[in-house]
Design a protein around this ligand. Structure first.
Ligand code: PEP
Ligand code: MN
Length: 386
């Protein structure tokens, strides 16, 4: 073989490589079109039977010199690369993702959630007109923009107070209107979405319903902002995928709410997951609210947890407040009085700035540093001049 012939063969190999590359790209384009069609028709993206039959027909037509096993493994690799196009969407591709658009702020009747730190407060359950009036009067004085109150209560025991239903929604609305507040209330069932949306400015999906996909789709169609609570056993990805359900149904006004997860810890009702706050802020473009009341299940740590939540980057904090917690018909142990809530709001700012280390070097460190400077200066002075 001459050098010229060798060069020619090498050139030809280069050309074949290019042809293979172009064919692979063409194949990827075809796969992408198949994916789009399958998504439109809600068909399974991955079809293992079709992959097996394609490999068998390739092996049957194998002209050599490659043995069948090499053909099999080469094409498996090509199919594997195409899976990139066929794969189910990752979080990065979803509407909820930080990459899908600018950080969302959510307009709730003129109050823009996501722009400045704020509180949501109010009783666990709406119990009477008088209770709601007292709490709304106190909270509006303290500058709380959003009043909470459960009317449909998802109680662990079927014998516990189940809420006042539509009558409770009416009481919540009336008290909020009297004091210029917005309202949030939980919707527990697809059949109740319309009535809760009639009275509440924000629809709350409770922790027990975060995995109720039909309910998520239904509130996605309701046209009101949604406060989505994290299920007590939900991973961050599951939480964000639940938010995606709501967004995909046409409602991008979703507020994420961390309310504690179940762990082995027994001194608190749940464990507040502080790390989820910066993670959600990094991964998603939705505002993040923290509910320390349901996380702790006790009131003595709420101020500290609130300070921690804001310090970790929460946009808002939701606290249960009742005019007379001792007589509350649900969650009596964790609800603050209006005065206790006022103390909390006063202490939080102080805590957030006070409880950080203020590093002061020890005297020894100062002396050593000074000595170091002297050494350096000394070295410089003894350095021979040019
Ligand atoms: C609530 O906020 O009223 C409530 C029931 O909370 P969770 O769904 O987080 O238990
Ligand atoms: Mn409660």
């Amino acid at each position: 073989m001459t050098q010229e012939h060798l060069n020619h063969l090498r050139d030809r190999i280069g050309q074949v490589n290019m042809e293979i590359l172009h064919l692979l790209s063409e194949r990827a384009g075809l796969v992408a079109q198949v994916r789009e069609y399958k998504e439109q028709c809600a068909l399974n993206l991955y079809d293992s039977e079709r992959e097996a039959s394609m490999i068998e027909s390739l092996v049957a037509s194998n002209p050599g010199p490659f043995p069948d096993r090499v053909i099999r493994s080469l094409f498996k690799e090509i199919f594997h690369a195409s899976l990139f196009f066929m794969e189910e969407k990752t979080l990065d591709d979803m509407m909820v993702s930080v990459q899908a658009g600018p950080r969302k702020t959510i307009d709730v009747k003129g109050f823009e959630v996501g722009t400045e730190p704020f509180f949501i407060a109010g009783p666990c359950s709406v119990e009477s007109d008088e209770q709601m009036d007292q709490v709304a009067a106190g909270l509006s004085q303290l500058g709380v923009p959003i009043l909470r109150g459960g009317a449909f209560k998802p109680r662990t025991s079927p014998y516990s107070f189940q809420g006042l239903g539509v009558e409770g929604l009416r009481m919540l609305r009336a008290a909020a209107n009297r004091y210029g507040m917005r309202t949030v209330s939980e919707v527990t069932d697809t059949r109740l979405v319309d009535v809760v949306a009639e009275f509440a400015d924000i629809l709350q999906i409770g922790a027990r319903n975060m995995f109720n996909y039909e309910l998520l789709k239904e509130v996605g169609r309701a046209g009101k902002p949604v406060l989505l609570k994290r299920g007590f056993s939900a991973t961050i990805d599951e939480f964000l995928q639940a938010a995606e359900y709501i967004m995909l149904a046409g409602n991008t006004n979703v507020i994420l709410c961390e309310r504690g997860i179940r762990t082995f810890s027994r001194r608190t009702r749940n464990t507040l997951d502080i790390s989820v706050i910066p993670l959600l802020q990094r991964m998603s473009r939705l505002p993040v609210v923290v509910d320390p009341s349901h996380a702790a299940g006790r009131k003595d740590v709420l101020t500290d947890l609130t300070a921690a939540a804001f310090a970790a980057g929460a946009d808002g904090v939701m606290v249960e407040v009742h005019p007379h917690p001792a007589t509350a018909r649900s969650d009596a142990k964790q609800q603050l009085t209006i005065a206790e809530f006022a103390d909390l709001t006063n202490s939080v700012a102080r805590l957030a700035t006070q409880r950080v280390p203020t590093p002061k070097p020890t005297p020894a460190a100062m002396t050593a540093r000074a000595g170091q400077t002297n050494l350096q200066t000394a070295k410089m002075t003894v350095r021979p001049k040019n």
